[in-house]
Design a binder for this molecule. Structure first.
Ligand code: MCN
Ligand code: MOS
Length: 766
């Protein structure tokens, strides 16, 4: 494992400078605030044509006939695409790099499997003309009965997923014999990513191949899919995505609308822009599937768990499997001698669900952290105390020690800052006039995943440093932490570092997903920057033209953009001056994320199948995870049942923080999404036609500033050098995990009413 190199360390966490660990503001901030940051479909491209898609209005069946003549005759129309005249595309390999499931891919459907599936597209001179013509397309459907959701009687129990099973001991027998037992079903609805930048792209073909401007969490993966669909070598696809207006899991893969735009551009020999409308985003790709799970917890009279039994299910599409792993937290959070966890997937007529911030951990924690709260009341033990009684000292499922688990410290710091000791135990025992006050707690966790990726660091003739990677920054802070990492390792002020991200022409990088990217790419940049610095020092002592010639390497220091040998005297030069003396225009090094002794298997990312090589958090000697504890105060209006989160304190163990200001912002963003999930978010499906009816931001509610209280976040992490090269653990998705159950637990404490299906709306409290 690479160790932390401190020889080049300049500044520290408190000095506000550029060094890793400092609270630097986002370097991409000014460009975004002033509008200079160009998002994908804003990219100026000459000669654009505009594509608009038409989506199915039934959830199952087939197209009987489709009349496009009026659309074709409409002003400005260049092309109307349907299944019948679409170009043949090849099937593309899966997210994990598995070969295509079918030899051909059809982005425009004839057989309908969900309401909102793309069935046609109009390409015209203007967006307005395309929109008007799209409305003239007449589709006659032959409708078949649809399964519209998890609760549809036709849905059944679904298919078991044996790889999701975890079993040890005899959970059924231990539960039956336990003196304290709770058993309940917990449910989460369909939830949607709704990033502020809706999906869309510009596609252009020319003699060099295909260029796509599209927001992407995974440049290499998305480019690979386009290359495979259109039968191009990978290096003939240029995917560009320097700025992204949020993705939350929804922008890693290429979707049907992308294939349609690229196809249209090819057929017309003209660049095509396709902007998915906000309503269309609800079916152009999937959000978090609806889930349900039954949890049975058995404990002895001291509150110690003797059994956990979980039976879970999530909905998926009829023609694809999407798994929302409901056992993710259940199997590791608490010590128990007996456990049984199983999961089914239930096919329904929906677009294939996809990842949404902490897929698995999020609904898993809603079930488990609600259930342990219920157990605390059944046992008459404080909810925080029962968590400590059942604290898992190791990962029982993997049979491995934690690399680091500062969850006890998180409970202690959070409880102290929140004032948990002042809580009175009984439900409805705290109030402020007509407001019932409730205090709740819940824990969360997110694994440390690892995938290989590369970065190139260049020291240039003018003394500036360039960092290059095909990785992305969705608003997370990648640009900033990489500038800090390189500044630190080379020994230059952060203003002298330029970071270039977001193009498939740059060195290979894994997905900004699974909250892994910061740890991976800082490791690669750190290594590459140290290598470039060492090369420069090597030239300084060896090159005939260098004034440092004949000095010893270990006496030369690069700091603040200057190179000198304080111990041996001699010159003190700006890097630019040394580069001039050496007659060099650059010194550069390419390095990858994983340890030098990585296996041949890891190197498969050369084939751009980087997710295939993702290492599990338990791969190695340790089980590696981030941890958190949320403390929530809610105020429930006694007359109206309205719930307000009035105060929140959350404590986190994400290991070392590369930039506490940005990590705190990530945690708060996750918490805010968690508040939305707890109180507002719910995709509503019309049971007649399987249509998502609240498919806009007026009806699909997400929190506004007025819904968000003061949020205090506390870091209790310490560097974890097993988890990553520089000691950090996962940040991006951790914050959301455990928020919804903490709120549900607080609502129970306030009202005495347990809401087990999200969101917690006032109807459920009346
Ligand atoms: N960080 C840090 N110290 C660490 C780790 C991270 O300071 N030890 C900070 C850095 O600023 C880093 C950020 O946290 O850029 C996120 O790092 P990481 O946890 O590695 O997450 P990724 O870079 O892989 O980003 C993806 C993650 C995921 S999976 C979702 S979903 C999500 C999230 O990030 N989507 C987001 N946060 C988001 N934030 C914004 N603004 N928009 C999204 O779509
Ligand atoms: Mo995050 S849902 O892994 O992009």
């Amino acid at each position: 494992m690479t160790s932390l190199d401190t020889s080049a360390k300049r500044g520290d966490a408190s000095d506000g400078g550029g060094a890793l660990g400092a609270r630097l503001s986002r370097l991409d901030g000014p460009a975004k605030i002033t509008g200079r940051a160009t998002y994908a479909i804003e990219h100026p491209v000459e000669g654009l044509a505009y594509a608009v898609t038409v989506q199915s209005t039934i959830a199952a069946g087939r197209i009987g006939s489709i009349d496009v003549t009026a659309a074709e005759d409409s002003p400005g129309v260049l092309l109307v695409l349907t299944h019948d005249n679409a170009l043949p595309l090849h099937g593309a390999s899966s997210w994990l790099g598995a070969p295509a499931a079918a030899p051909h891919y059809h982005p425009l459907a004839r057989d309908i499997t969900f309401n909102g599936q793309h069935v046609a597209a109009v390409i015209a001179e203007t967006f307005e003309q395309a929109t008007a013509a799209a409305a003239l397309i007449d589709v006659a459907y032959e409708e078949a009965p649809a399964v519209t959701g998890l609760d549809d009687p036709r849905a059944g129990d679904g298919m078991p997923l044996p790889p999701m099973t975890a079993e040890w001991g005899d959970a059924a027998a231990a539960f039956a014999a336990a003196p304290i037992r709770i058993e309940a079903e917990y449910r989460t609805p369909r939830e949607y990513n709704v990033p502020i930048e809706p999906h869309g792209l510009i596609a252009r073909w020319d003699e060099n191949g295909l260029t796509v401007w599209e927001p992407s969490q995974w440049i290499d993966g998305m480019a690979r899919t386009y290359a495979e669909w259109f039968g191009l070598p990978f290096d003939k696809v240029r995917l560009v995505s320097p700025y992204i207006g949020g993705g939350f899991g929804s922008k890693a893969l290429a979707y049907a609308h992308g294939a349609i735009a690229v196809m249209a551009a090819k057929m017309l020999g003209r660049p095509v822009r396709l902007a998915v409308t906000r309503p269309q985003t609800f079916t152009a790709y999937g959000g978090r599937p609806a889930t349900r799970q039954t949890l049975s917890l058995g404990a002895d009279r001291t509150g110690k768990l003797v059994a956990i039994i979980q039976r879970g299910a999530n909905e998926t599409a009829v023609d694809g499997v999407s798994v929302e792993p409901l056992g993710a937290v259940t199997t590791i959070m608490y010590a128990t001698p007996n456990l049984s966890s199983r999961q089914n997937v239930v096919p329904v007529n929906t677009v294939l669900p996809g990842p949404l911030r902490a897929p698995g951990e999020n609904p898993s924690a809603f079930g488990l952290e609600s259930a342990i709260d219920e157990l605390s009341y059944a046992a008459g033990i404080d909810p925080l105390e029962i968590r400590l009684i059942n604290y898992a000292e190791r990962d029982q499922q993997a049979g491995k020690p934690w690399s680091t688990r500062r969850l006890r410290e998180a409970y202690a710091a959070g409880a102290e800052a929140f004032g948990w000791s002042k809580r009175t135990a009984a439900p409805r025992s705290m109030r402020d006039g007509r407001q019932l006050i409730g205090w709740g707690v819940a824990a969360g966790t997110y694994p440390v995943r690892r995938t290989a990726g590369e970065a190139l660091v260049r020291i240039l003739a003018d003394g500036t440093v360039e960092v290059l990677s095909s990785g992305t920054d969705m608003g997370t802070g990648t640009y900033t932490i990489l500038a800090q990492t390189a500044a630190d390792a080379v020994g230059v002020p952060v203003e002298q570092v330029r970071v270039r991200l977001g193009s498939s022409e740059l060195p290979r990088a894994p997905v900004s997903g699974g909250s892994q990217f910061a740890n991976l790419i800082t490791g690669a940049v750190h290594k590459a920057a140290l290598a470039a610095r060492d090369d420069l020092i090597g030239l300084a002592i060896n090159d005939a033209a260098s004034p440092f010639r004949a000095l010893q390497a270990n006496t030369l220091i690069i700091a603040n953009g200057r190179i000198a040998s304080p111990r041996q005297g001699g010159p003190d030069l700006a890097i630019a001056d040394l580069m001039a003396r050496l007659g060099r225009d650059k010194v550069e090094a390419l390095r990858d994320t994983l340890a030098e002794n990585h296996t041949a298997e890891d190197r498969r990312y050369d084939n751009f199948t980087t997710v295939a090589t993702m290492r599990a958090p338990t791969d190695g000697e340790f089980s590696m995870h981030s941890w958190c504890a949320h403390f929530v105060e809610v105020r429930v209006d006694e007359d109206f049942g309205t719930v307000r989160v009035s105060r929140m304190v959350s404590a986190f163990d994400s290991g070392r923080l590369y930039n506490p200001k940005l990590a705190e912002s990530q945690w708060k963003g996750g918490i805010i999404m968690g508040i939305g999930q707890a109180l507002l978010e719910e995709g509503l499906v019309d049971a007649r036609h399987g249509r998502v009816i609240n498919n806009n931001l007026g009806d699909y509610l997400v929190p506004t500033n007025a819904d968000i209280p003061d949020i205090q976040v506390i870091s209790v992490g310490l560097p974890d050098l097993h988890a990553s090269a520089l000691g950090g653990k996962a940040v991006g998705e951790l914050g959301i995990v455990g928020v919804a159950p903490a709120i549900a637990n607080a609502v129970f404490h306030a009202t005495g009413k347990r809401v087990r299906d999200l969101p917690i709306t006032f109807e459920k409290l009346m």
